[in-house]
Design a protein around this ligand. Structure first.
Ligand SMILES: Cc1ncc(COP(=O)(O)O)c(C=O)c1O
Length: 320
């Protein structure tokens, strides 16, 4: 989905809440020229029945963000808990009653020419109403990209480093020009790494298999949620191992996972149907569990959720 952002949305920028239209960076900003930023993607889901907006695993996202900023030696001063509070405040100031995507961005902010970095860092948190990223209701057609996934010793794929997304953009653009919905990237060893903006899972012989994060894949938080749901709720064995390209052609089920894409079934790969070309039972099971967990329908997974409006009410009551 390509969302046009409303300039009146309230964002957190330069330590203040302000309209998106006023949050501006200079043309010489280091990150704009050299890709020296680290971003995150967090979802919040609106549940109509409970009249509540649930932010999904924000603490884990902010902990990952701060860790990954460390790779570029970018300092984000607030703690992960304080960043969760900023996020809640943003949701409330925007009075969101819909699904939302939160985009934290930290970057090298010096305005000068020269690639070497210094300690001038800045960060922002932007929250936007956001629907489906990929339209995957009937399943996606994925294509193996001619672009290889970036290597850890070039630009670490485990972090959401701005410059690294040139790799995803090239693969994604190629996939769409070739008529695919999404790209699958192989690493330099020829093994499956992940999708352009998502992790990948394959069901084969009753097991759920996903590449290890050492295959040059992002350490996905949805991936982690799916592993827990599949093991605990579906009793499935989840294996992290290398996946050959040709296994994509002989597997039983295939799906992508990610904050933006959610759980997206893949029903064709490189013009070959996955099994019989229909969405499989394991994929449907995982989709349903993830949907329920993310919207506060499952007691066990309330631990993943930060309610936007209820937490304020609870605090207000505590204060009385
Ligand atoms: C390259 C890449 N892989 C995987 C993911 C999925 O990660 P997560 O589930 O943490 O959103 C994303 C998106 O966030 C991504 O950009």
């Amino acid at each position: 989905m390509k969302a046009e952002a409303d300039p009146n949305l309230i964002v957190y920028f330069g330590g203040q809440y302000m309209p998106l239209g006023e949050a501006r960076v200079g043309i010489l900003t280091h990150a704009l020229h050299y890709g020296t930023g680290v971003f995150e993607g967090i979802r919040a889901h609106w549940d109509e029945a409970q009249q509540e907006l649930f932010v999904l695993r924000p603490l884990e996202h902010y902990e990952r963000w701060k860790q990954n900023c460390g790779i570029l030696r970018i300092v984000v001063p607030p703690s992960a808990e304080e960043l969760c509070e900023i996020t809640l405040e943003l949701m409330r100031r925007n009075a969101f009653r819909t699904d939302v995507y939160v985009r934290p961005l930290a970057y090298k902010s010096a305005e000068r020419v020269g690639v070497s970095t210094d300690d001038q860092d800045a960060f922002a948190v932007i929250a936007l109403p956001f629907g489906d990223y990929l339209h995957a209701d009937k399943g996606l057609h994925a294509g193996v990209s001619s672009w290889r996934r970036i290597e850890d010793n070039a630009i670490p794929a485990r972090a959401k480093i701005c410059g690294a997304y040139v790799n995803s953009a090239l693969a994604s653009d190629e996939a769409r020009h070739c008529g695919f919905d999404e790209a699958i990237l192989l690493n330099e060893s020829g093994h499956v790494a992940e999708g352009a903006t998502c992790n990948i899972f394959m069901a084969r012989k009753g097991k759920l298999i996903t590449p290890a994060v050492t295959e040059n894949a992002l350490e996905g938080i949805t991936r982690d949620s799916v592993m827990e749901l599949a093991q605990r709720e579906l009793g499935l064995q989840v294996v992290e191992r290398a996946i050959d390209r040709s296994e994509l052609y002989v597997c039983d089920e295939l799906f992508f996972t990610g904050t933006a894409v959610g759980i997206a079934p893949v029903v064709r790969v490189d013009h070959r149907p996955v099994k019989d070309g229909a969405i499989g039972a394991i994929t449907r099971g995982v989709q349903q569990l993830y949907f329920d967990a993310a919207r506060g329908h499952m007691q066990t997974y309330l631990k993943w959720l930060l309610p936007v409006y209820r937490s304020r009410n609870t605090r207000e009551q505590d204060a009385i």
